[in-house]
Design a protein around this ligand. Structure first.
Ligand SMILES: NCc1[nH]cc(CCC(=O)O)c1CC(=O)O
Length: 319
């Protein structure tokens, strides 16, 4: 490899720039080469439509991938949860760095927690997955909330609480943390209440499959447990034939016997957006040692969820 600067393709949002800046620094350290950020606008950044309507799948990544394939940039950083589950034949997922907090959080007026929201509280989220699980929780706890579809970048969404339009919004902890606004969280939602999106809190570092040297160098940033966990979560999503805007939650974690983590648990949920029906299951197996084993765990849970009627619940896309 030469000493030419590596070009990192990134979206321009504050979140994307924060994520890319951190990865750029890590890549500088492992390669010893300068890294320069190349800003690219994606359809998801310019469209004002609801994500559930434009389909979600890939809207934030297509333009970055095109730049990679044209050779305009050497590698790209995505939020893993925005990446389609089908592998791209000409691109390599070179690294999945250590995941940070995967949870969803509430930012509410007056420091309110979710359980403290008053009757009729207006809770903003553009995610059918969040709506589904928030509404299901409210129904089973005698709460009355109204989920309100919103979108926009993190500052826009939190702004709806500060300007009084909404009582609360639900976002990913990881996103708020990366842009330095984690201090505004008023409640960290337990994953038993709202299971995160598959891959939430993790990043994806992608490069051209033809650049094996670069893929190997970027591979230094990979965290092997994060990699197997998100592989299982995304395999579940793929086997349910759902996209990143579907009402599907998934989370893999380790179960420890004493000091030694010897099993991985994969939890999954699918529901109608009104929360009237949920299919929520988990499966446990040995910690996968290969990608194939991680994929198998996701498929196994999907089969069980489909047997309980998961497919029928996902058809409903109305907001
Ligand atoms: N869909 C947009 C998006 N993609 C990744 C994140 C957050 C960071 C992450 O999950 O890694 C967000 C914002 C959000 O869901 O609040």
């Amino acid at each position: 490899m030469t000493d030419r600067a590596l070009r990192l393709g990134t979206r321009r949002s504050k979140l994307a720039m924060a994520q890319s800046g951190r990865v750029a620094e890590a890549v500088r350290q492992v390669t010893g080469r300068p890294v320069k950020l190349v800003e690219i606008t994606t359809y998801g950044d310019t469209s004002r439509e609801q994500l559930a309507q434009i389909g979600g799948t890939g809207v934030f990544v297509v333009a970055l991938r095109e730049a990679l394939l044209r050779g305009d940039v050497d590698f790209a950083v995505h939020s893993l949860k925005d990446l389609p589950t089908t592998p791209h034949p000409d691109l390599t997922l070179a690294a999945v760095p250590l995941r940070e907090d995967p949870r969803d959080v509430l930012v509410a007026r007056d420091g309110l927690t979710f359980a403290q929201l008053p009757k009729g509280a207006r809770v903003g989220t553009g995610s059918p997955r969040r709506m589904s699980q928030l509404n299901a929780y409210a129904r089973s706890h005698g709460m009355h909330i109204e989920t309100v579809p919103i979108r926009g970048n993190i500052d826009t969404r939190v702004g709806y609480v500060h300007n009084g339009e909404l009582d609360a919004v639900v976002l990913a902890a990881a996103g708020l943390n990366r842009i330095g606004r984690i201090g505004e969280v008023t409640d960290f939602l337990a994953v038993d209440t709202v299971l995160p999106a598959p891959g939430q809190g993790a990043l994806a570092v992608e490069c051209s499959a033809s650049n094996a040297d670069l893929a190997a160098a970027l591979g230094e940033l990979d965290d092997s447990f994060t990699r197997v966990a998100v592989t299982a979560e995304r395999s579940l999503l793929a086997a349910l034939e759902a996209g990143c805007s579907a009402p599907v939650g998934a989370l893999a974690d380790l179960l420890a016997d004493g000091q030694i983590a010897n099993e991985m648990r994969l939890r999954g949920v699918v529901g109608t957006t009104d929360g009237s029906e949920l299919v929520q299951l988990s499966t446990t197996g040995p910690v996968p040692e290969t990608e194939d084993q991680a994929l198998a765990l996701g498929r196994e849970l999907a089969t069980e969820m489909l047997a309980k009627g998961a497919a029928g619940l996902m058809g409903e896309r109305a907001l």
